[in-house]
Design a protein around this ligand. Structure first.
Ligand code: TYD
Length: 133
């Protein structure tokens, strides 16, 4: 069965003074329309819990770590993000839940669309229904 999301290797310029990671050009299948980040997330917090109708997102743990549960309505997969040069590309129509944030974790998100509440499916039963259609 098809993977629920794919990893994107982010090119890095390593340097003893500190590493520099760059996201530009063709690295993503879309032009970035919005950037947001989750920070100061309590370790017992749960984020996400929704799917998008159109929006695609690249998630990067720029600091610390967290886990993402991906769900296409048929299968679920749990992945850990803990590398600033490895992003998780989640396409539309995938339910995602984020948890297990480490202390100091920052989840940077680069999205294909600007914020639109109408693009969200926040009810899990509606999500499953959208997959049956
Ligand atoms: P939500 O997407 O549910 O957060 P998460 O998936 O990380 O748990 O968004 C939480 C709130 O923030 C919700 O009221 C919508 C608002 N929001 C914006 O106004 N703009 C944005 O770009 C995002 C991502 C959320």
């Amino acid at each position: 069965m098809k993977k629920l999301a794919c990893w994107v290797e982010i090119p890095r310029i390593t340097d003893p003074r500190g590493n520099l990671a760059v996201i530009e050009g063709e690295i993503l299948p879309y032009t970035i329309a919005r950037v947001y980040y989750l920070h100061d997330v309590p370790s017992d917090a749960y984020r996400g819990g929704h799917a998008h109708k159109e929006c695609e997102e690249l998630l990067v743990a720029v600091s610390g770590s967290f886990e993402v549960v991906l769900d296409n309505g048929l299968k679920k997969e749990r992945v850990m993000l803990n590398k600033p040069n490895k992003g998780l590309l989640i396409t539309k129509g995938i339910w995602r839940e984020l948890d297990n944030f480490s202390s100091g974790a920052v989840c940077l998100v680069m999205a294909s669309h600007t914020y639109d509440e109408d693009d969200y499916i926040r009810d899990y039963e509606s999500f499953l229904e959208s997959k049956r259609r």
